[in-house]
Ligand binder design. Structure first.
Ligand code: 5AD
Ligand code: FES
Length: 364
């Protein structure tokens, strides 16, 4: 797809024309990844974080947040629930928490792999190459790390150096693209993504992001609207102004559907979730509309409710008060109402299988 086409679609507001985009994206989804909606049980295992990301409620400097870390047994209980609910994957997500050491995570991954048939996805932030390699050896299948925006200047503004390294010398510039490359070389299924409508993000930036998705040949791509958290620096609109009038990307529902649809057209074989951030903007239909405009994955939350309310990346997160069982029932009803079906098995990314075949590597 030409860059000019991407920009034109991002700027399109005519509902009639947009119907064409939705139809094309849905058809491309059906032809390439089918009608199954793969379910990933999300376990938010710790809200401790050493980072200072300017948009995120878990940032180290947010002293108002009560912190928690789940025990291995608690995580295992969630994993067993994932099996019971028929999910093929468990996603272990946390802030960047050094107490979740290489060794501790290795033990946890081994236990989940030994005691369940689940695929294990990790989303633990920017970690050492050695840890990433060790977790892969322990059996982790996939890793999610969003690059958030491909505009380096904007990226650096919203990601100040992390809090736990006093010496400036140790403040290595974060290079998520390099980490994505490492993950790929280690044999992970690799997921990334961006936020939509970050203050200062322009239409050109967002078109760059979508083009980069294509070049990175990602196996999974998660995109969601930026949602303002009042206890973060980005909430100060004077310090974090929008891009000049007419250039700022709105952080709204329509823009999120456009990015999902365009991502499907640029990366037909990738797995794309209808994200919680989208469901937060439209609790009634956000997930469904994502699923009929290019998405093929949903991530029901399995985090025990007492912890779930503390995993406050942004306020008013969808499904905050629901139990895992409630989310399971609700999501599977919604999927069936769309004429689709919950995925069976692990739900690997067809893109992953294709690139392994192209590399001459056998499918694990
Ligand atoms: N609004 C929307 N998305 C957010 N994330 C973090 N904070 C916010 C926010 N305020 C997203 C980031 C991160 C993912 C786990 O959650 O893209 O990579
Ligand atoms: Fe949680 Fe519907 S997915 S209540």
């Amino acid at each position: 797809m030409q860059r000019s086409e991407i920009i034109n679609w991002l700027r399109e507001t005519d509902p009639g024309w947009l119907e064409d985009l939705w139809r094309l994206a849905d058809q491309t989804r059906r032809e390439n990844v089918g009608d199954e909606v793969h379910l990933r049980g999300l376990v938010e295992l710790s809200n401790h974080c050493v980072r200072l990301c300017g948009y995120c409620g878990l940032r180290a400097a947010n002293a108002g947040l009560q912190r928690y870390r789940m025990s291995d047994d608690e995580v295992l209980r969630c994993a067993r629930q994932a099996v019971e609910f028929g999910y093929g994957t468990v996603v272990l997500q946390s802030g960047e928490d050094p107490q979740l050491t290489g060794q501790r995570m290795t033990g946890l991954i081994r236990r989940i792999k030994a005691e369940t048939p689940l695929a294990v996805t990790l989303s633990l932030g920017e970690r050492d190459d050695n840890e990433l390699a060790e977790w892969r050896r322990a059996g982790a299948d996939r890793y999610l790390l969003r690059f958030e925006t491909s505009n380096r200047e904007l990226y650096d503004r919203i990601h100040p150096p992390k809090a736990d390294v006093p010496s400036a010398a140790k403040r290595r510039k974060s290079d998520r693209l390099a980490i994505l490359e490492t993950l790929r070389n280690l044999g992970y299924e690799v997921g990334s993504g961006v936020m939509i409508g970050i203050p200062g993000q322009t239409f050109d930036d967002l078109a760059d992001d979508i083009e980069l998705f294509g070049r990175l040949e990602l196996d999974m791509i998660g995109v969601g609207p930026y949602l303002c958290h009042p206890d973060t620096p980005l909430a100060d609109r004077r310090a974090w102004p929008d891009a000049p009038a007419g250039r700022q990307v709105p952080a709204d529902e329509a823009m999120t559907y456009k990015v999902i649809a365009l991502t499907r057209l640029v990366c037909p074989l990738t797995n794309i979730p209808a994200t919680t951030a989208l469901a937060t903007l439209n609790t009634d239909y956000g997930r469904e509309w994502g699923l009929v405009r290019g998405a093929n994955v949903a991530m029901p939350n399995l985090t025990p409710p007492k912890y779930r309310i503390l995993y406050e990346i942004y306020p008013d997160k969808a499904c905050i008060a629901e139990t895992g069982r409630k989310c399971q029932q609700c999501l599977s009803d919604r999927i069936k109402a769309l004429g689709r079906r919950p995925g069976a098995g692990r739900g690997d990314s067809p893109n992953y299988h294709q690139r392994l075949a192209a590399d001459g590597t056998s499918v694990p």
